[in-house]
Design a protein around this ligand. Structure first.
Ligand SMILES: C[S@@+](CC[C@H](N)C(=O)[O-])C[C@H]1O[C@@H](n2cnc3c(N)ncnc32)[C@H](O)[C@@H]1O
Length: 345
C-alpha cells in the first residue's frame, strides 16, 4: 500500500484522515496562543487557547464567568501527553492533586454553572468524593468506549464515567436538544394500525428516545475519522456535543482546563458557544487551533445531524441514502467511519 509521510515524519495510509501540522503551521498557530502573566477579563479569554500549566494561570482567571466546565483530567494512570507525562499515584495522592487545582478553580464558575468531570473506574471514586464536597451531583454518565485490550484475568475495560454536577439547584438543562434517534426493533402499532411512539420514514422506522445516563453511541476517534489527531486520549466530538447542547445555551462560556487537542473548544465553536481552554503542550494547542480554523468551514459533528443524535453505523440512514430501511453493502462500508472498532491510540 502506498504510504504518505507527514511533517512529523510518520507514515500514514492514504485513507488516513488524522489531522497533523504541516511545515510552518506550528509557528502560525503558536502565535494565536495566550500566555497569562497577570489577571485577565473574561472578554480577553473569549475563544482563546491558553498554552500554560493550569497551576500557573489559576490566580489570573476572572471571577464567576464560566457557564459550563468540562474537565477531562489526566486519569490516575502513567501516560505520556506530548512533552509532559502523568505518573500513577495512590488514591490519596490523586485526591490531593485533584483538590489542589479544583478547589481554587471553583471561584471562576457562575452560581448556575454545570460541571462535567471525566474519569475511569479507578479515578471515578475520587472524583465523586471531591464533587460531593463542593458541588451538587446530578448524575453519573457511563459511556461505552469501544476499545481496550482484552485481559486474561479480568474484564476488558470498555467504559468511562462522566460526573454531571452543578454549582447549585439552579441550572440549565435541555433534554430535548440531546435526543437519540434509534432504529425500531419491534414496530408496534395501536388499534388503528398507527405507529406507537415511532415514525415511519422512507429510510426506515425510527424512535426518538430520551437521553439516558448510559451512552453507547460513541466512537473514540481513530485514523479514518476526520476529527482524529495523534492525541492519545482525544474525546469524541459527539460526546462534547451532548454535554454542550444539554447544559449550555448559545453564547454561553464553556471552559476546559485540560484542553488536549481542543475537542471542547471545537465543538463549542461549531455550536455557537464561547470557549477557552488551557493546555500545557504546545503541539496539542496548535492542533486545537488548526481544528478551530477547520471548524470555520465545516461545522459537522459526526453522529449528530438534523438536531438529533444517531446510533453508531447509521450514516446511510442519516443522509437518507438507505432504501427500505436497509443500507446497501457499499453504504455500510461507508458507514464504518461511525462505530468501527477502534484500537489503542
Ligand atoms: C485527558 S487529556 C484531555 C483530552 C481532551 N479532552 C481532548 O479531547 O483532546 C488531558 C490533557 O491535559 C494536559 N495537562 C496535563 N496536566 C496539565 C496541567 N497541569 N495544565 C494544563 N494541561 C495539562 C495534557 O497534556 C493532556 O493533553
Amino acid at each position: 500500500m502506498e504510504m504518505i509521510r507527514t511533517a512529523q515524519n510518520k507514515e500514514r495510509a492514504p485513507r488516513n484522515r488524522t489531522i497533523t501540522l504541516a511545515d510552518g503551521e506550528r509557528d502560525r498557530f503558536a502565535q494565536k496562543l495566550l500566555q497569562l502573566t497577570q489577571p485577565v477579563s473574561a472578554t480577553e479569554l473569549e475563544d482563546k487557547t491558553v498554552n500554560q500549566d493550569l497551576f500557573q494561570v489559576l490566580d489570573y482567571l476572572p471571577l464567576r464567568f464560566v457557564d459550563l466546565l468540562f474537565v477531562d483530567p489526566p486519569y490516575n494512570l502513567t501516560k505520556n501527553f506530548g512533552a509532559a507525562s502523568f505518573k500513577e499515584m495512590n488514591a490519596e495522592e490523586y485526591t490531593s492533586w485533584f483538590s489542589s487545582w479544583f478547589s481554587p478553580f471553583l471561584r471562576v464558575l457562575k452560581p448556575t454553572a454545570s460541571i462535567y468531570i471525566c474519569g475511569d473506574w479507578r479515578s471515578s471514586g475520587v472524583i465523586q468524593a471531591i464533587a460531593e464536597e463542593h458541588l451538587v451531583i446530578q448524575n453519573r454518565i457511563t459511556w461505552e468506549r469501544e476499545k481496550g485490550r482484552g485481559a486474561k484475568s479480568n474484564w476488558k475495560n470498555c467504559s468511562e464515567d462522566i460526573w454531571f454536577c452543578t454549582m447549585s439547584k439552579h441550572f440549565y438543562f435541555n433534554a430535548d436538544a440531546v435526543r437519540l434517534k434509534r432504529r425500531v426493533i419491534a414496530p408496534y402499532r395501536d388499534a388503528n394500525g398507527n405507529p406507537k411512539d415511532w415514525e415511519q420514514t422512507e429510510n426506515g422506522e425510527f424512535r426518538l428516545t430520551s437521553p439516558s445516563n448510559v451512552w453507547t453511541d460513541l466512537t473514540v476517534p481513530f485514523w479514518s475519522m476526520p476529527e482524529n489527531t495523534d492525541h492519545p486520549t482525544q474525546k469524541p466530538e459527539k460526546l462534547l456535543a451532548k454535554v454542550l447542547l444539554a447544559s449550555s445555551r448559545e453564547g454561553d462560556f464553556v471552559f476546559d482546563p485540560f484542553l488536549g487537542c481542543g475537542t471542547t473548544s471545537v465543538v463549542a465553536k461549531k455550536l455557537g458557544r464561547h470557549y477557552c481552554g488551557v493546555e500545557t503542550d504546545v503541539q496539542y494547542c496548535c492542533l486545537a487551533e488548526k481544528r478551530l480554523e477547520m471548524a470555520e468551514v465545516d461545522q459537522t459533528i459526526q453522529g449528530y445531524s438534523d438536531g438529533v443524535f444517531w446510533e453508531r453505523n447509521t450514516l446511510a440512514y442519516q443522509n437518507g441514502t438507505s432504501r427500505n430501511g436497509k443500507a446497501s453493502n457499499h453504504q455500510m462500508t461507508f458507514c464504518l467511519g461511525e462505530g468501527a472498532s477502534t484500537h489503542e491510540k
